[in-house]
Design a protein around this ligand. Structure first.
Ligand code: NDP
Ligand code: 8X3
Length: 257
């Protein structure tokens, strides 16, 4: 039987891409889900299909992780309803823009820093105390290879993912002596809505990112996340980097002609 059966898994950014794929993978292992994002109708549609297909309980909520008050109120609700997460997947995130700092749009910087760093902190700050009180839980932070090496024009996005890696390390150090595990999963190029969001809806630019090679899919990363979540209690995967076979570093990516 899967170690994930019956666990309550909270996934932020569950309305598309990696988060949506994760919801399906955890449900296939028998986990109950708490799915949050801003686009509620997409979450509702996952809820309907996952409950029907896997017979798991799925709670969905419209939540902007940047809204600290809303995050705190949602945490209160989870506590009252006895749905304290066993696993928190801190996945909500985005890149916004791709230009040099001196030509960058500060609105893009705010969007990335507020979501990828402060949003992850808001959620972790509300959920970790509930895990500490029970002395159990697993936080899985979604970083990126962009958190290991800075690539041209990545600047602020890179900085946010370096920050995620630093926070992953900080959480691990702070939770030593507890049974709570903290892991980072760092994907390379993964075909999701990520590039469409980065290029502000420019589909042609977004599609070009994935041309000429086989990128990872949300399902590939969901598999990695489920693996990290399902190792025995005494095993803690600190950081897992996963790239498409065609990619060996942010700089080294083979495209067929
Ligand atoms: P998607 O754009 O497909 O998904 C991003 C998810 O984050 C959506 O569900 C979106 O939902 C949610 N989200 C964005 N902002 C907020 C917010 N303020 N509050 C709540 N939810 C939010 O991209 P991916 O699936 O690729 O991205 C998921 C994570 O993976 C991100 O952290 C990204 O940085 C990381 N990553 C992605 C890689 C890639 O190549 N795709 C590679 C490495 C890391 P909604 O808009 O409904 O709120
Ligand atoms: C997102 C993937 O290619 O921008 O983190 O590093 S990439």
């Amino acid at each position: 039987m899967s170690r994930l059966k019956g666990k309550v898994v909270l996934i932020t950014g569950a309305s598309s891409g990696i988060g949506e794929a994760c919801a399906r993978r955890f449900a296939s292992h028998g986990s109950d889900l708490v799915l949050v994002a801003r686009r509620r109708e997409r979450l509702e549609s996952s809820k309907t299909s996952l409950e029907k297909e896997y017979g798991v309980r799925v709670l969905v909520e419209t939540l902007d992780v940047r809204d600290r008050q809303a995050v705190n109120a949602f945490g209160d609700r989870l506590q009252v309803e006895n749905r304290v997460p066993d696993v928190l997947v801190n996945n909500a995130g985005l890149a916004s823009g791709l230009s040099p700092i001196f030509e960058g749009d500060p609105e893009d910087w705010d969007r990335m820093i507020d979501t990828n760093v402060k949003g992850l902190l808001n959620v972790s700050h509300r959920i970790i105390p509930m895990m500490v009180a029970r002395d159990s839980g697993h936080i899985i932070n979604i970083g990126s290879i962009a958190g290991h090496i800075v690539y041209p024009l990545g600047n602020v996005y890179n900085a946010t993912k370096f920050a995620v890696r630093a926070l992953n390390e900080a959480m691990n150090i702070e939770l030593v002596g507890t049974k709570i595990r903290v892991s980072c999963v760092d994907p390379g190029v993964t075909a999701t809505e990520f590039s469409a969001v980065r290029f502000h809806g420019d589909r042609a630019k977004a599609e070009a990112v994935y041309k000429g090679f086989k990128p990872l899919t949300g399902d590939d990363i969901a598999d990695a996340i489920c693996y990290v979540a399902s190792v025995p209690d005494h095993v803690n995967v600190l950081d897992m980097i996963v790239m498409p076979t065609a990619q060996r570093s942010p700089y080294v990516l083979h495209r067929d002609e």
